[in-house]
Write a new protein. Structure first.
Length: 351
């Protein structure tokens, strides 16, 4: 009986000793874990203003510098179309000949009036006709000349500028009715576009309105010509800002020798707007709050990480411009080890 009691007491003591040792080990592990969470190693950089070249980057759509939908002022039969789609034409070149029946009648009437007016002019000098009769015939003669000129312009459609025929909507002998027959809701027999130069159209945010001026140099790139840069110039800035998108339209002239760029192509433009001073940090230092568009970073202040909400400016290679009233020159920005920090964490700067 005594032996059994001694055995039970020995086992109990052994269990208590083991439990005590286990608790000691747990305490030690807990202390290490607590210490590792308490002070986190980080790397920092000093925030210093840097001079940067400001550039506005936008996507662009290309359109013809001029686009003309050529048509007759009155319906009629098309006598002859002298061009085909893709033809290059010169300013003043005859493109379409409309039916000339009315023109011939008007020319014949003009010849008769010219003869009558010549006779009346002679009689008027001798005083054998009244001034009223002379004035009436002079008016008829002037109107007839203007009518012939009008019919000539509308039976002979000539190119108002040098360019390329991009659409042909009728064939020889067909009747032109004057009804809209193009995708833009206009009436036309042929369409003429000026492709050199071209226009690049961009929409720029209102905050950049004061920075863009007429004549600014623009670098233009086109996706189908990788690595090639076309040089353009700002030539028109639309004065009104769209209240829905808060943007305004800018038109850029782009020299297009060889007509490599075509209307409808997609491109990008970079407008150089001068130099400025900016606060730059490595892009990896800026974090995004999950589920929002809020950006923030941490700066090192007296051994602790302080969260600073920022707005993002322009990107400069691996650096990013940050905007915040809480950032001052000389601030120590945490650039390594910031991913798992929260505001107020104790940190230690390491090299």
């Amino acid at each position: 009986m005594n032996f059994r009691i001694k055995l039970i007491m020995l086992l109990a003591a052994t269990t208590l000793f083991a439990a005590g040792c286990g608790n000691k080990g747990s305490e030690k592990a807990g202390d290490v874990k607590q210490d590792s969470v308490k002070v986190r190693p980080v790397k920092v950089m000093s925030l210093e203003p840097q001079q940067v070249s400001r550039t506005i980057n936008q996507t662009a759509s290309f359109v013809a510098y001029h686009e003309n939908y050529l048509t007759s002022a009155s319906p009629g039969r098309i006598e002859k179309i002298y061009v085909e789609v893709g033809d290059h034409v010169k300013a003043g070149q005859l493109l379409v000949q409309m039916d000339r029946t009315q023109l011939k009648q008007a020319e014949l009437q003009l010849e008769n009036l010219k003869t009558d007016f010549g006779r009346l002019d002679t009689l008027q000098k001798t005083g054998t006709v009244t001034q009223q009769s002379y004035d009436q015939l002079a008016t008829q003669y002037r109107v007839a000349k203007e009518n012939v000129q009008f019919l000539k312009q509308n039976t002979e459609l000539r190119a108002p500028l040098s360019g390329v025929i991009t659409n042909k909507y009728f064939e020889d002998g067909e009747m032109y009715s004057g009804s809209p027959n193009t995708s833009v809701g206009k009436a036309a027999i042929v369409t003429l576009m000026q492709l050199n130069p071209l226009k690049a159209i961009i929409n720029v945010t209102e905050k950049d309105f004061p920075r863009i001026r007429k004549g600014m140099k623009v670098d233009v790139t086109v996706d189908v010509y990788p690595g090639k840069v076309f040089e353009g110039r700002v030539f028109r800035i639309h004065p009104a800002i769209d209240p829905a998108s808060r943007t305004f339209t800018v038109e850029i002239t782009v020299p297009n020798p060889g007509e490599k760029i075509r209307p409808g192509m997609y491109g990008k433009v970079s407008i150089h707007v001068g130099t400025d001073v900016a606060k730059l940090v490595p892009a990896i230092a800026v974090l995004k709050q999950e589920g929002t568009n809020q950006r923030y970073l941490f700066k090192y202040v007296n051994g602790k990480a302080k969260r600073v909400d920022v707005q993002i400016g322009e990107r400069f290679d691996a650096d990013m411009e940050v905007l915040s009233n809480e950032l001052k020159t000389g601030d120590q920005i945490i650039t390594v080890g910031q991913a798992n920090l929260v505001d107020g964490n104790e940190v230690k700067v390491v090299k």
